[in-house]
Structures are given as structure tokens and as C-alpha cells.
Design a protein around this ligand. Structure first.
Ligand SMILES: Nc1ncnc2c1ncn2[C@@H]1O[C@H](COP(=O)(O)OP(=O)(O)O)[C@@H](O)[C@H]1O
Ligand SMILES: [Mg+2]
Length: 400
């Protein structure tokens, strides 16, 4: 039928419809585009800083209608503090010089509330003459708040993890410290019980008294050594340790330590090579470090395996080396050994609280020096090295 081939009357008589594609090349296209944008305030500013145009996005973000802002200076959007600091002008001048400027900060809405603006200002030039500026502003208040919440959550999460770790550390501390204290306390108890029993039976002779006293003395010494370690750790962890630096010869300190240990070790077990080495150090603290390292070397190797102590002057200061041929270190644990209460799997049957190396590391750090461990692996022996700067004013370039 003819009807199907006939255009509807209203269509044939109406003017041809324009499509967006037609508009895209016309003069209105940009205005349409800018005006349709709701999420960005896009407007033109004259060279004097006065607002020239206003889009829907600007109205939505800032709360002003076009007639309320056109012809007014952009400082009306800034806080009093920013205006006083000359910020609006400064941003425009920066854009003028560099082509564009970014400006992020708190701005004011018409109703006086603040929003976090993320803006860019672009200078518009015509044949080298400043024409004005195009400014594009986005309201980032929500995004900023979300980022801030996220950051806050991260902080809280970290605090929670730290608190959990502190709890675990406390448990570890209680279990290790009480376990270690139990041994000398039990030995003390045994000795005293035995003395009392013998007195009751009337056979407390001089020999028994002396053996008992020796056992008691050993147990008390062990207990006070443990307490000193615990106190040291708490002081070092709080950063409350003071160092008293004087000029000392490390070889003299090492000799004293070796003498002390040599009394209870087989002859020639402790070998040494001590060169006169002058440094500025806290003698008592360095003695503690050498003593800890030598104690470990002897403890973690079996008699009569030799242990070497060497003191050597170096270009920057001093090198202390303590080497043994004992149980060695499993490589993955090397760094953790210096943490408080950290003990290796190699230490299960050896007494100790896992504090000696932590204390030593803190003392060495207090001197501006370094401590490190090296081992060929299980059963291959261990070498500990301490480097110290010669003087305390050398600390900045302390040996590595
Ligand atoms: N010379 C060494 N040889 C092998 N392992 C060692 C040596 N020195 C230290 N370690 C390991 O490092 C751990 C921590 O040492 P330290 O802090 O002195 O504590 P402790 O001697 O009380 O265990 C030890 O438990 C042990 O596993
Ligand atoms: Mg130790």
C-alpha cells in the first residue's frame, strides 16, 4: 500500500533535526560541553582575577548562581587566611608565568561551609597577550575524607599489631625470664635444704658447709647476672643508658675478660691476638660486649674447641673479632639474633635469655659502631665482628 511509502505529515514539514555530531563543530559545542559537566567547576577568569563565566558544576560545587559571582574577584572563594596570605593572586601569577598552576586547599561555599578543592589554573594567551585564565576545580572533600579514614585505619591497624606484638613479647619475656631464674632458684633451694637436713641430723661438717656455700654463691651470682641483664634491657629499650666515654685500650679490656673466663676453661681453649688499640669508649660497656661474645663462643661450641679473640686497630678505629668452631648459625636467623629474647634453635639445651646480643648491639650502636655475625651454617662455627669508630666525633663516618 502507498501508506507505507508516505512520510508522516509532521516529519516532512518539520525543519531537519540537528544531531550532536552536527553541533560538535559549531560555536556552541564548547559551551554545551562545559555547561553539561556537573563534577567540575569550569570557568573563565579575566586577567584582573574577576570571574567571567560560570558552569553548572561551579554552581553545584560552590553554591553560587552565575549572577552572584560574575564580575567578582575569585578571592571570594578563598578562606580569609588564604586571602590575607595573597594566595588567589599568587596562583594566577604563577599560571601567568608558567602556563598553569595547581592549587589544592580548603575553599568556601556560599553557605560558609568548607570544601577541599583540587584546582588547576591555565593561562590563556592571544598573540603573547594575557587574555585571562581557565580554572577547573574539583570538590575532593569526600575523597580526601575517605583517604584520611583509610590512613586512620592504617594507623589503628599498625597500633593494634604493635600492641599484639608487645603482648607476645611480654609473654615471651615472662616465660624465658622465669624459666631461666627457676634453675638457680632451684639450686639455691636444694643447697639450703641439704644444709638444713644435715644440721638436723647432726652431720653438718666443714666440708658440707663449704660445698653448700659454693653452690649457693654460684646460684646467687647467676641470679644477679640474670637480673643485671633484665635491667640493662629495660634501660636500653627506654634509651635511658648513659655512656661515659674515655680513651681506652681495647686490648687491655679484652685481656681482663679473657682472664676471667680462662679460670674456668681448659688451658689454651681461648686463643687471642690483642693489638694495642686506642679508642674513645665506655670501658665497662665494651667489656660487657666482649664478655657476651666470648661467653656465647664458649657456650655454643663444645670443649675443647678453641675460641679466638682478636683486637685490631683499623683505619677508622677498631675491629673486635670473636670466632668459634661451634654449632654455627642457621643463615636465615642471623639478623633476628640481635632482637631481645631471641634465641636460636641451636640454643635449646644451653642456658640463656637471648638478651646478650641485643644488649651488645645497643651498646655498640651507642658508640656509633656496628656488630655483625657470620657463619658457614650449621656446625660450621661463627664469627662476630664489632667495628668501633676511633673517636666519638668520628661517629658520622663510623666504619660500616
Ligand atoms: N657463637 C655463637 N654460635 C652460635 N650461635 C650463637 C652464637 N652466639 C649467639 N648465638 C645464637 O644467638 C642467640 C642469641 O644470643 P644471645 O643474645 O647472646 O642470647 P643467649 O646466649 O642468652 O641465648 C643464641 O640463643 C644463639 O642461638
Ligand atoms: Mg649470650
Amino acid at each position: 500500500m502507498a501508506v507505507t511509502q508516505t512520510e508522516p505529515a509532521d516529519r516532512t514539514s518539520a525543519p531537519p533535526k540537528r544531531t550532536l555530531a552536527d553541533l560538535a563543530h559549531g560555536p556552541e559545542a564548547i559551551r554545551l560541553l562545559v555547561d553539561a559537566v556537573l563534577d567540575y567547576a569550569i570557568f573563565l577568569i579575566g586577567p584582573d582575577g574577576n570571574v567571567l563565566t560560570w558552569n553548572q558544576g561551579a554552581e553545584r560545587i560552590k553554591g553560587y548562581k552565575a549572577h552572584e559571582v560574575i564580575g567578582k574577584h575569585i578571592s571570594m572563594f578563598y578562606t580569609a587566611k588564604d586571602v590575607e596570605a595573597g594566595r588567589p593572586e599568587r596562583v594566577l601569577r604563577q599560571a601567568e608565568r608558567q602556563g598553569r598552576a595547581y592549587d589544592e586547599g580548603w575553599r568556601l561555599r556560599k553557605d560558609g561551609t568548607r570544601f577541599w578543592a583540587d584546582a588547576s589554573v591555565h593561562a590563556l594567551y592571544d598573540h603573547g597577550r594575557l587574555y585571562g585564565f581557565a580554572k577547573i576545580t574539583r570538590d575532593m572533600t569526600d575523597a580526601r575524607a575517605a583517604a584520611e579514614r583509610e590512613r586512620q585505619l592504617d594507623v589503628e591497624r599498625e597500633a593494634r599489631l604493635a600492641a599484639e606484638e608487645a603482648l607476645r613479647a611480654r609473654d615471651r619475656f615472662l616465660s624465658i625470664a622465669s624459666h631461666e631464674l627457676k634453675t638457680p632458684v632451684a639450686s639455691l633451694q636444694l643447697s639450703v635444704d641439704s644444709l638444713l637436713l644435715n644440721r638436723e641430723r647432726g652431720n653438718l661438717d666443714q666440708g658440707r658447709i663449704e660445698r653448700g656455700l659454693e653452690r649457693i654463691e654460684r646460684a646467687v651470682r647467676r641470679m644477679s647476672a640474670l637480673l643485671v641483664e633484665l635491667l640493662d634491657v629495660s634501660r636500653l629499650e627506654r634509651g635511658a643508658t648513659e655512656f661515659h666515654f674515655t680513651d681506652v685500650d681495647l686490648s687491655g679490656i679484652a685481656e681482663e675478660v679473657i682472664d676471667r673466663f680462662a679460670g674456668v676453661e681448659p688451658k689454651d681453649r681461648i686463643l687471642f691476638d690483642l693489638k694495642p688499640t686506642l679508642v674513645q669508649a665506655d670501658a665497662a660497656r665494651i667489656e660487657q660486649v666482649i664478655s657476651n661474645l666470648l661467653d656465647n663462643a664458649l657456650k655454643y661450641s663444645s670443649r675443647p674447641g678453641p675460641v679466638h679473640v682478636a683486637i685490631t686497630p683499623t683505619e677508622q678505629g677498631a675491629l673486635i673479632e670473636v670466632r668459634d668452631r661451634g654449632v654455627g648459625l642457621s643463615l636465615d636467623r642471623k639478623d633476628r639474633l640481635f632482637e631481645p629474647f631471641s634465641r636460636g634453635d641451636n640454643a635449646v639445651s644451653v642456658p640463656g635469655m637471648g638478651l646478650g646480643l641485643f644488649i651488645s648491639r645497643e651498646i655498640v650502636a651507642g658508640h656509633g659502631g656496628r656488630i655483625s655475625a657470620e657463619s658457614g651454617g650449621d656446625g660450621k662455627g661463627t664469627t662476630f665482628r664489632v667495628t668501633l669508630p676511633r673517636t666519638q666525633s668520628d661517629r658520622a663516618h663510623a666504619p660500616g
